[in-house]
Write a protein that binds this ligand. Structure first.
Ligand code: PRX
Length: 655
């Protein structure tokens, strides 16, 4: 870092200590989509009216006859309304001057590029929608999608939405076992995949994984395969089951009528980790979801007609669903999709893309920002980032140092930062600055979006005072909220609605300061946040005990400089099995095989015993204290406190 940046950093850190905030500049405020704070009062006084105004910006085949119905926890929005998500994201723009405007700018990893205008996108989507129909896919059938970040992923999603078939996208980094479990839970009829996906010059064998997954998926009838990596990889096509995408669409018509969907018809299912080993199929419906994602996208990112907007997430996660595809495209915005990694071919890749496409809005994750920080300011400094106007963060709490770095080196002290808090379940951003109004504070997601009511409660359900930590809950319904867990309504009620009656329990800790700003403190349950990915400790434990050498395992999230949290596994081996470094590696690899590379443990620690309560529950809290070198917390409920003391000594010695 140069002396100059050091001095600037020191200055800002000093300002931070004074608790200074960063109001929008007059220049930004003057051009902002939303600049009058009265929007908060207006939405508070008449939340239904507020959302109705937003819903009117969409195209509906038939209007709703009631805005919202909330029989806690069951909610419906825009009841009786009929619409189609793809008509809103694509078709309606083709009828306007946006016809020839780029809808998707695609940058491939080996330097490939593709531009799809709204009209191009419409044709591609219609062809594939007709292709899906030719495979027998009808309204309500579930379609699994397991692809890298290629344009066909967006086309497939929008084609599913056009015919009314809920998609279930499985992140390409998940294993065959994870894919099988998700396909079976959703009872998907078709899976769409690729011959492979590029990852830092290597090929992820998507089709081979699908073949392995499909050894136990009776519901799957057809597999559609996108050719992406070509001759580099060998794929086996099973006659009668597997079809190349290009063959399927070759003769398909580019005209296709949209299926009119009820507001409450399912748009998609997306699996996320919970506190048990079984992933939850989060169900999003059509009307409210589209209203919520479109409104938040326009206001929070301050979207203008000619903007180029880039969210760096993978579409396999909710951020990609809501803020690469549905929100941006419904707003008629040009959305950039990037296939590759931030450090391939070099560490300037993201900034090269910002410069090349003159990106105006950039939305990424704290884990990426921390990596950029480590790589050094010289990388962004080489590029022209003057096109940027708003920069965003999502996925985990952003530490103030990373916020400052982002502000200085990417936002060049000019762009407001929107730190956006939300979840797979919430569908849309719920806590975030509005960049033309909110004075930001580094590390705080600031305030609930207009129309959203959040509280921080203690164990007994009482609001905590300013500065005190508690549990974040939401007290009013919002349009894009998930409606249930697919096939498991009891789990939906139990997990989210039982802790505090009539309030949505987020699973996050938070505090509110004297100014009413929210500070997110991370998960309060057994869910880890590893590089912005949600992984349950229980899933990793199940994968570990699945290995024949393992008797018992306890997994915790341990503070990690880059990833936010890393995964540490405490493992007890079966009698007669000797611990070794080879076995550690084998166990890590076993978790990769069972779940996927994102769940690979950083550390495995062999121990003869695990700390347990008298009722035989493993005390992960104490394992976290040990792994992070803290003084042990309350040990009074332990069956044998000596076990923990021994373990702590052993950990420190082997450390
Ligand atoms: O703990 C919160 C964290 O990510 C969790 C949601 O993860 P997921 O469903 O995978 O969705 C991620 C993208 C929306 C939350 O429970 N989280 C997300 N955004 C933030 C955050 N924590 C703090 N600040 C954020 N901006």
């Amino acid at each position: 870092m140069s002396d100059k940046t050091d001095a600037a950093q020191e200055k800002l850190v000093a300002l931070l200590k004074e608790g200074r905030s960063f109001p929008p500049s007059d220049e930004f405020r003057r051009q902002a989509n939303v600049s009058d704070p009265e929007i908060y009062d207006r939405a508070r006084q008449d939340p239904e009216g507020f959302w109705v105004e937003e819903a009117k910006r969409l195209d509906w085949f038939e209007g709703w006859n009631k805005v919202v119905e909330w029989n806690v926890p069951w909610v419906k929005w825009f009841i009786g309304g009929k619409l189609n998500a793809t008509c809103n994201c694509v078709d309606r723009h083709v009828k306007t001057s946006r016809r020839t405007k780029p809808a998707i700018l695609w940058e491939g990893e080996p330097g490939d590029q593709r531009v799809l205008t709204f009209e191009d996108l419409q044709k591609e989507v219609n062809r594939f929608a007709n292709a899906l129909k030719s495979l027998g896919v009808k309204k309500g059938d579930r379609v699994a999608i397991y692809l890298g970040m290629v344009p066909e992923l967006a086309i497939a999603m929008l084609a599913c939405a056009k015919v009314g078939a809920p998609h279930s996208i499985v992140f390409g980094g998940f294993s065959a076992d994870s894919l099988r479990e998700r396909i079976n839970d959703a009872q998907a009829k078709v899976v769409i995949t690729g011959d492979g996906a590029w990852r830092r010059g290597n090929v992820v064998p998507l089709k081979a994984n699908v073949d392995e997954a499909l050894t136990g998926t009776p519901s799957i009838e057809k597999v559609v395969v996108v050719e992406r990596v070509g001759k580099v990889t060998q794929v086996d096509m099973q006659p009668g089951r597997d079809i190349w995408w290009h063959d399927l669409v070759a003769n398909a018509s580019d005209q296709c009528d949209a299926e009119p969907m009820d507001s409450e018809d399912i748009l998609y299912i997306l699996y996320t980790s919970g506190t048990t080993g079984k992933p939850k199929g989060v169900v999003h419906t059509t009307g409210g979801y589209l209203v919520g994602t479109t409104a938040t996208h326009r206001m929070i990112f301050d979207i203008k007609e000619d903007d180029v907007y880039w969210c760096t997430a993978d579409i396999g996660w909710v951020t990609g669903h809501s803020y690469i595809i549905y929100g941006p495209l419904a707003n008629g915005c040009t959305t950039l999709m990037y296939e590759g990694s931030p450090d391939y071919p070099d560490r300037g890749r993201f900034w090269d893309i910002v410069q090349k496409y003159k990106v105006n809005i950039f939305y990424t994750a704290p884990t990426a920002i921390r990596a950029f920080m480590r790589w050094g300011t010289e990388w962004p400094a080489k590029y022209d980032l003057s096109s940027l106007r708003v920069i965003g963060s999502v996925g985990e709490p952003i530490n103030p140092e990373a916020w400052i770095w982002y502000h200085q080196n990417i936002g060049r002290e000019r762009c407001p930062i929107v730190d956006t808090w939300w979840q797979t379940e919430t569908g849309m951003i719920l806590i975030s600055p509005l960049p033309g109004i909110t004075a930001t504070k580094p590390g705080s997601a600031t305030q609930p979006f207009p129309g959203i009511e959040a509280e921080v409660l203690d164990d007994r359900g009482q609001p905590v005072g300013p500065g005190a930590g508690g549990y974040l809950v939401l007290t009013r319904p919002w349009p894009a909220m998930f409606r249930t867990i697919y096939g498991d309504p009891d789990r939906f009620v139990r997990t989210y609605w039982s802790r505090y009656p009539s309030k949505y329990f987020t699973g996050d800790g938070a505090k509110v300061d004297e100014d009413g700003y929210f500070w997110l403190l991370g998960r309060v349950d057994d869910v880890m946040n590893v590089a912005g990915h949600r992984i349950s400790t229980y899933e990793v434990e199940s994968a570990l005990v699945d290995h024949p050498a393992v008797a018992e395992a306890a997994v915790i999230g341990k503070t990690h400089e880059l990833k936010g949290q890393g995964i540490a596994g405490f493992v007890t081996l079966k009698e007669g099995i000797d611990p070794s470094d080879e076995l550690k590696n084998e166990l890590k690899q076993h978790v990769v095989k069972k779940i996927g590379p994102i769940a690979r443990p950083d550390d495995i620690f062999f121990t003869a015993e695990l700390p347990k309560t008298r009722s035989a529950k493993i005390m992960r809290r104490l394992l976290r204290d040990i792994a992070e070198g803290r003084v042990l917390g309350d040990t009074t409920t332990l069956a044998d406190p000596a076990v923990t003391a021994r373990l702590k000594r052993q950990y420190e010695e082997e450390g």
